[in-house]
Design a protein around this ligand. Sequence first.
Ligand SMILES: Cc1cc2nc3c(=O)[nH]c(=O)nc-3n(C[C@H](O)[C@H](O)[C@H](O)COP(=O)(O)OP(=O)(O)OC[C@H]3O[C@@H](n4cnc5c(N)ncnc54)[C@H](O)[C@@H]3O)c2cc1C
Length: 550
Amino acid sequence: MADHAARTHLATHEVTNQPLLGGDHDLLEEDMALREALAREAPAWVAARLAPLAREAGRDTWQAIADEANRHPPELRVFDRHGRRLDEVHYTEAYHRLMHLACDGGWQAVAWEQEGEGGHQAHVAALYVLTQVEPGFCCPITMTHAAYPVLRHDSGVLDEWGPRLLANDYDPRALPAGDKRAATFGMAMTEKQGGSDVRRNTTQATRQPDGSARLTGHKWFCSAPMSDAFLTLAQDDAGIGCFLVPRFRPDGERNGIQLQRLKDKCGNRANASAEIEYADAWAHPIGEPGRGVATILEMVQQTRLDAATAPAGMMRQATLEAWRHVQGREAFGKRLADQPLMRRVIADLALETEASLALCLRTARAFDGAARDPHEHALARLLPALAKFWHNKRGPAFMAEAMECLGGIGYVEEAPLARLYREAPVNSIWEGSGNVMCLDVMRVMTRHPESIAALRQELALARGAHPDFDRAFEALERRLKATPDVLEAQARWLTQRLAQCLQAALLLRHAPAAIGETFCAARLGEETSPLFGVLPSHAPLDAILERIMP
Ligand SMILES: Cc1cc2nc3c(=O)[nH]c(=O)nc-3n(C[C@H](O)[C@H](O)[C@H](O)COP(=O)(O)OP(=O)(O)OC[C@H]3O[C@@H](n4cnc5c(N)ncnc54)[C@H](O)[C@@H]3O)c2cc1C
C-alpha cells in the first residue's frame, strides 16, 4: 500500500531516510528482460495477451492480498458441526482472489488451447508474473495445467474433464464436477515409505467389473487437497497404475478421500498440503495398466518446468524490492544505490534473474515445438531438469542476499523478502529433489543421446562470443566423454555447468553485451564465486542496473 498519507512527524522523532512504499507497477512493461525474451521466444500474441495480466498483477493491492493469504493459511475442516465428514479445506477470500487472478485469464489452460503456437511460452510467462504476486497459489494452477496431457490418454476422461480443466470460471465449491463448469487438479504420488522412489507405493487399486477401480492407502503429501480430482499412483495386479480420483463419486456422493491433517510448512503457507487417506475411493484408471509412472511423468515434466520458472519470478520480485529500497536509503552520506559494493550485489542479482528467465522461456519454446521439431523435442526432455535443479539451487542464497539489501527490515514479515526466503527451498524439493534431477539428466544423456546432442548444438551457436564461454564449453565437452560411473559421480557439477553454459549462450546471443559478457566472466571465468556480488572489477554496472527498471 502506498504510504504517502502516513505521518512522518512522530512524537519523538521524524521518519527520514526510509524509502516510500508501494505504487503500482507494470510487470511486463517495466521488465525489459521479459519483453525481449518474449519477443524472441514467442509469437507476438503472447506479449499482447500477457500485458493486461502484468498490469493488473503489478497493482500494489495484490501484495496486501498475498500477505493476507499467507497470514491466514488454509484450515482443515474434517467434520461439519453435526459430526458428518466434510474433508474440506477452508481458504481466506484472499486466496480465492488469487486463484481468480490466474483462472479468469485462462492461464492454467493457455498452453493447451494454443499448443504448438506459443501456448507454453504464454503459460511460463504468466507463471513468472503470477509468482511475483504470490507463489503459493501457483501450485494448484500448475497442477491443473499439467494434468491435461495425462487426461489425453483416455478419450472418455478427456471429454468429461478436459473442458472443465480449460474453463476460465474458477469455482472453489465442493460439488460434484458435473455441477461445476471448471475444475482444478492435484496429484498424489508420494507415500511415507517412498517419495522420489514412487515404485515403492503401496496404495492398492482393485479393479471393478465396470472398469473402475477402488483405492485404499495413504498419501503422505497431497497439495491443493480441495482439488476436484487427483491423478494418483496405486498398485494393482499389473504393477503401478495411474488413476483419476474425483472428489465426488459418479453417484454424487463424496468419494473416500479423507484429509488426515495439513502439513505445518516452512513456507508455501497460502497453499495447503495434506496427508490423505484413500478409503475405498472410487477411481478411473488412466493409461496402460502397470505404466502409471510413465503416464504421470507426462504431468511431472510440465510441473518441473513450472518449478524452474517460479524461482525466476521470485528472483525478479526480490531484485525489484532490493533495488527500490536501496534507491531510497542512504548510509554513510550516500545513497545505498550509489555504493559500489551494493551496486555489485544488485547487478549480480539482476544477471541471475535474467539468465533464469532466459532458460525458462527457451525451455517453454522447446515444449511448444516438441511435436513438430525433433531438435525441440530432444531439448524438451533435458532442459526442465537442468533448469529446475539450477534455478532452485540459486534460489535460497539469492533470497537471503536480496533480504540483506534491505537490512533489518528485510528480515521482518512486513516486507515480502521473508516470505520469499521461506518459499525458496520448496521448488527444489517437490517434483523431483536436487539429486533426483541430476540423475534424471544423466538418464536422459544415456538413453536419449539426441538430447545432449541438441544441447551441444544450442551451445555451439554462442561459440566465439566470449573466451570464458569457449573455455567452459570445451571443458564440458571433455567431461561429457567420461564413463557412466564417472558421470554419475560428477552429476551435480555437470547439471550445474550445463545449465549455466546454456544460460550464458542465451545471454551472449540475445542480451546486451553488458549482460552476456559479465555473466560469462562471473559464472564461467577464473574468478567465479558462490557469492552474489563478486563481479569483475571492470563490470559495466550502470548498463546492468539501468535494465532492472527502465
Ligand atoms: C510442500 C510440499 C508439497 C508437496 N506436495 C506434493 C503433492 O501434491 N503430491 C505428491 O505426490 N507429493 C508432494 N510432495 C512430496 C514431494 O514431491 C517429495 O517430498 C519429494 O519428491 C521427495 O520425496 P521424499 O520426501 O520421499 O524424500 P526421499 O525420496 O526420501 O528423498 C530424500 C532425499 O534423498 C535424495 N535422493 C533420493 N534418491 C536418491 C538417489 N538415488 N541418489 C541420491 N540422492 C537421492 C532426494 O533428492 C532428497 O534430497 C510435496 C512436498 C512438499 C515439501
